[in-house]
Design a protein around this ligand. Structure first.
Ligand SMILES: [Zn+2]
Length: 110
């Protein structure tokens, strides 16, 4: 793949990585639910909020993993290769989703 293009994707991935790290560290600050909980309903809401919060944090972490994997593929020269079929991932896919591990065909087949 074109070196300039790879540099461009790398820049995008690094920017995304910084953003994700920031969001994750914001997320890990303890959430203050207050101390006035004496109703069952409120507790249920808070439990739900807590689990949404954890799901969001989990999502951020898995996106960070994808970005890290793509960056290490750039370092090893395997960037833009489909993990499933070994074909080159099209620039149309990478432009939208530079951390994509699959080519368009394999994405559609999933
Ligand atoms: Zn493929």
């Amino acid at each position: 793949m074109d070196k300039d293009k790879i540099a461009e994707y790398k820049k995008k991935l690094e920017a995304e990585r910084i953003l994700l790290m920031k969001e994750i560290s914001n997320d890990e600050k303890p959430v203050d639910f207050g101390h006035d909980v004496d109703h069952f309903d409120e507790e249920t809401d808070e439990a739900e909020e807590m689990s949404n919060h954890l799901a969001a944090a989990q999502d951020l972490k898995s996106r960070l993993d994808e970005v890290d994997a793509a960056l290490s593929n750039i370092a090893s020269g395997n960037f833009g290769i489909c993990e499933k079929c070994g074909a080159r991932i099209g620039d149309d896919v990478l432009a939208v989703d530079p951390e994509s591990r699959l080519c368009k065909n394999c994405k559609l087949a999933e």
